[in-house]
Design a binder for this molecule. Sequence first.
Ligand SMILES: Cc1cc2nc3c(=O)[nH]c(=O)nc-3n(C[C@H](O)[C@H](O)[C@H](O)COP(=O)(O)O)c2cc1C
Length: 348
Amino acid sequence: MSVMKWIMLFLGIMMLICLAACGSEQTASNTTPDSDSPQESSTQPTMPIQTTELPAETDQTDPPQENKKAIAVVVFSATGTTKGVADKIATLAGADMIEIIPAQPYSTEDLNYNDSGSRTSKEQNDPDARPEIAGEISLDGYATVYLGYPIWWGQAPRILSTFVESHDFTGITVIPFCTSGSSDIGQSDDTLAEQAGSGNWLQGKRFPGSVTDADLEKWINELGKTAVETTLHLLIGDTEVSVAWEDNESVNELIDLAKTKPLVIDMSMYGGFEQVGSLGTSLPRNDVQTTTQAGDIVLYSGNQIVVFYGSNSWAYTQLGRITDKTAAEMADLLGNGNVTITISYGGQ
Ligand SMILES: Cc1cc2nc3c(=O)[nH]c(=O)nc-3n(C[C@H](O)[C@H](O)[C@H](O)COP(=O)(O)O)c2cc1C
């Protein structure tokens, strides 16, 4: 090859490299925060976006992260009815099944409620009876425990007291449920909560042995929301607000963060309709085009919390909605200067 051909080839390669570099610069500029920011039309974006923390576009296609919070169904069942309901709950909630087995099994005579001298009659008449449990039950790693039992003489069997008094439920949401001939759950759930002395105990529910999967599923879905509402708290400045938190992986991860320590986030007013603050870390995002209302709490760009006192349209991940404030009250809370919000986890 002549020297001239080599020079031509070299110049050609240089031009190709230059074109490729310009092209990638163009792509990068398409992902700058200004074009990704939530304001619909803006001349001077003032939103405090930390450009270095903005996830690349490919983050949006990351596979959803697994919910790391384990669920257990713990059940005592003498004749199998409550166990049948517990099995259904375990399947529907994706939970592990743990059975409370009495060290001394209950015989048919023991269960005879027509005999005032039967073992169960004696135990239920003695508030201090604590029948022994066979083996050890560990609740390590469980964030939620469904606790099932039959109703005996209007109460939980005494072996449930043995169980709750010998376990630490700190950081665990406990959801009692029972089966019975006809009696309601009564005070049995409150009594167990008192005896446990720890844990976030939700209101219990009685089911007939014939309860359908559809009814159980509805109950489980409603509980998901209640459990989050009672564990995750939001302060705007010094004002505690009630929030209906979403039941999604972003909120689950927010709970995990808040469990370590309260999240104190410095917010900045923006656009006359929202306050925005950096979480300092990214949560799973599942952005959906949304027209927000006053009271909406969303995740923007994976790592910013936005609380609205007005409306905006953009792709956000919904985290929750403030339920006890009107639009005017939200404007009062957020429209008069930058605020600090605190998201904390509290089991009780
Ligand atoms: C000793 C004993 C006492 C009971 N007391 C009541 C009661 O007060 N009210 C009621 O509706 N059912 C009562 N039942 C019925 C059970 O609650 C019911 O059959 C339950 O579904 C049994 O659950 P299991 O099969 O999981 O043990 C009693 C049953 C037994 C054995």
